[in-house]
Design a protein around this ligand. Structure first.
Ligand code: NAP
Length: 284
């Protein structure tokens, strides 16, 4: 008997070449061993940036991303670090300066979920998610800003002194039962980002967030194994398709480039309209 083909959600992203908006720039991407970090790192490389690829526990994944970056004709440096540990972040940034001489773009992407009903959530589950998803973004942004200030502005590279993009989530505004540690961290990123943006605007350090909706990543694919589970997910997405890591990558390329030079302190939702309260589309 012929084996039934496993269900895979269709990829409906319009195929388009990525424009070389980041030629000569150097980017640091945390959590680049898979998922959104991988997609963003590859898109930045295709746009012309050399990339430091950070990972935590998956060196093979990071090496696969590095191969894709090199295939795009750019340099890749793979560095293991826990973004929640101050000294590890500092030595990762030092490796970046040693290898590439500068940082132009920080993509603060690393993130985890440790889910539990609220009254069963342990302090350890709460703390680890806050440490990686929020404190990790603080530590990486602070080190990047220290480097940006030492570098100054070089308009032959970019009109900004540096660019920070926080990868947040639609759960920076949509509450999420069973995931209060995750939603609290993402809500925290919004005011972390806006406060850094307010403080550093006069230096021309641009700070923004991308808040993705449902993106094709290993974790989401595990849940989308049947047409029914995909249909249930689409009921939350007005644009009626799954997001691709490359959708986030393309947004990151634009947000890191001088094409978005006047965009500062903004949250860019890359979510097919998930934050539009789709249940109100037919009444309310
Ligand atoms: P993923 O596929 O699970 O990848 C997570 C990445 O974070 C991996 O590269 C992982 O490295 C890294 N990481 C985990 N702990 C780390 C630590 N302590 N230090 C440094 N890196 C660490 O996740 P994803 O879905 O791509 O999510 C990436 C970001 O997008 C997260 O901030 C997530 O909240 C956000 N997001 C995702 C979605 C979605 O639909 N997938 C939607 C909204 C927002 P190793 O693999 O090497 O351990």
């Amino acid at each position: 008997m012929a084996k039934e083909k496993p269900f895979v959600p269709p990829n409906e992203m319009p195929p388009r070449p990525i424009q070389p908006l980041l030629t000569g720039q150097k980017a640091l991407v945390t959590g680049a061993s898979k998922g959104i970090g991988e997609g963003v790192a590859v898109a930045l490389a295709q746009a012309g940036a050399d990339v430091l690829l950070n990972y935590f526990s998956d060196p093979e994944g990071a090496e696969k991303t590095a191969e894709k970056v090199r295939k795009a004709g750019r340099q890749a440096l793979v560095v293991q670090a826990d973004v929640a540990v101050e000294e590890e972040v500092q030595s990762m940034v030092a490796r970046m300066i040693e290898a590439f001489g500068r940082i132009d773009i920080l993509i603060n992407n690393s993130g985890i979920q440790l889910n539990a009903p609220f009254d069963k959530m342990t302090l350890a589950q709460w703390q680890r998610v806050i440490d990686i998803n929020l404190t990790g973004q603080f530590l990486c942004a602070r080190e990047a800003v220290r480097v940006f200030k030492r570098q100054g502005i070089d308009k032959s590279i970019s009109y900004a002194m540096g660019k920070i993009i926080h990868i947040s989530s639609v759960h920076d505004i949509i509450p999420w039962a069973g995931h209060v540690n995750y939603a609290a961290a993402k809500g925290g990123i919004m005011l972390l980002m806006k406060s850094i943006a307010q403080e550093l605007a006069p230096l021309r350090i641009r700070v923004n967030s991308i808040s993705p909706g449902a993106i094709r990543t290993p974790m989401n694919l595990e849940k989308l194994t049947t047409p029914e589970s995909y249909r249930d997910l689409l009921s939350l997405i007005p644009y009626k398709r799954l997001g691709e890591a490359e959708d986030v990558g393309r947004a990151a390329v634009w947000l890191a480039s001088d094409d978005s030079d006047y965009v500062h302190g903004a949250v860019l939702y890359v979510d097919g309209g998930m934050v539009l309260y789709p249940e109100f589309a037919s009444g309310g």
